[in-house]
Ligand binder design. Structure first.
Ligand SMILES: Nc1ncnc2c1ncn2[C@@H]1O[C@H](COP(=O)(O)OP(=O)(O)OP(=O)(O)O)[C@@H](O)[C@H]1O
Length: 325
């Protein structure tokens, strides 16, 4: 039998976890194991149960059934020991202090704790923390007078202040512009590259594609897909044919193989189960330029796998790839 110490245990583990609010079952029999040193994206349409799962992982909510373990202990113990850093979806930064003062205060609280438990890793220096979160130039600014992107990076620095083994980010880039999103992800990547474990939820599918080693798709509280981005895309049969319309558009939906179509800004995108036949028919119609045939994108896979899409083809049938779950 393998003995799991807190050092060798998985980063997080849900076993048969269920949580309801009244008659709404937000999380429904969740089994999920997150390995250390990985970046995992939690995807799902609104109401899929992502925040509820994260709330239980952080010990903010108690499961009705099942167990949640965090770094080999209970969520409450791991959080109290500063071993997990969290960026919740909402929450204002306190007013009247500068970013440097706020971070200094949080860091000091962790440093005291770290001295009290000599085994824990030392907390990072303030300058190191600000550099890692890309907020050095904000040090003298009032914490309650920052833009959305700046405030998120400060929250990220707060999450990092205790040198955590795991960070949990609940929709970290919601409402941020492209530049602010890029800055935040650069900071998260820096943490992951040093071996940190990251769990994040997002509605931006390209963020999951770009920043996660593994994607877990939830729908109605259940796991409906689990694997790499590539493996999830492969679950959607067929391919996407895109082209610029060069002339009046034919009836795209009736072309051979086509199951759906959309036209936007003069460019058509067809989802087809027989790309060869579709392309031949388009060539005969002679109305296409800049033709491109690609596999399904994560967005198509997501829409197919969850009730957010028109077709509920696989819901309820969890599919795991690799690793222990
Ligand atoms: N405090 C609450 N009281 C009652 N119902 C709740 C509560 N919190 C969540 N729910 C319900 O539980 C379900 C799961 O919600 P949850 O917020 O976990 O989903 P989510 O995937 O995080 O959604 P979103 O992407 O919109 O943030 C939804 O049906 C939601 O309405």
């Amino acid at each position: 039998m393998t003995v799991q110490t807190t050092e060798t245990a998985s980063a997080a583990e849900f076993a048969g976890v269920t949580k309801s609010y009244g008659t709404v079952r937000a999380v429904d029999g969740l089994d999920l194991r997150l390995d250390r040193g990985t970046s995992v994206a939690l995807l799902g349409p609104n109401g899929a149960g992502k925040s509820t799962a994260i709330g239980m992982l952080l010990g903010l909510l108690q499961p009705d059934r099942g167990t949640v373990a965090l770094l080999g202990t209970t969520p409450a113990q791991a959080v109290r020991a500063g071993r997990v850093g969290a960026m919740p979806q909402s929450g204002r930064l306190i007013g009247g202090v500068t970013v440097r003062e706020l971070l200094g205060f949080v860091r000091l609280a962790y440093a005291r704790k770290s001295r009290a438990h000599a085994k824990e890793p030392p907390v990072p220096a303030l300058s190191e923390l600000m550099e890692a979160a890309r907020i050095t130039e904000l040090a003298g600014r009032r914490a309650d007078q920052l833009s959305g992107g700046q405030a998120q990076r400060v929250r990220f620095a707060i999450a990092m202040a205790g040198a955590p083994d795991l960070i949990v980010l609940d929709e970290p880039t919601a409402g941020l512009d492209i530049e602010a999103r890029r800055e935040l992800w650069a900071a998260v990547r820096g943490y992951a590259e040093k071996g940190g474990t990251v769990l994040f939820s997002t509605h931006y599918l390209e963020e999951a594609d770009d920043h996660a080693d593994r994607i877990v798709v939830l729908d109605r509280g259940r796991v409906v897909a689990d694997g790499t981005s590539e493996s999830i895309k492969r679950r959607v049969p067929g391919r996407t044919v895109s082209f610029d319309l060069a002339g009046p558009a034919p009836s795209l939906d009736v072309l051979p193989g086509v199951v759906s179509s959309e036209v936007s800004g003069g460019r058509a995108r067809l989802h087809t189960t027989d790309s060869d036949a579709t392309v031949l028919a388009l060539a005969e119609a002679g109305c296409v330029r800049n033709l491109e045939v690609t596999g399904a994108r994560l967005e198509e896979a997501f829409l197919t796998l969850t009730h957010a899409g028109p077709a509920l083809t696989h819901a309820g049938g969890a599919h795991a790839e690799g690793g222990a779950r």
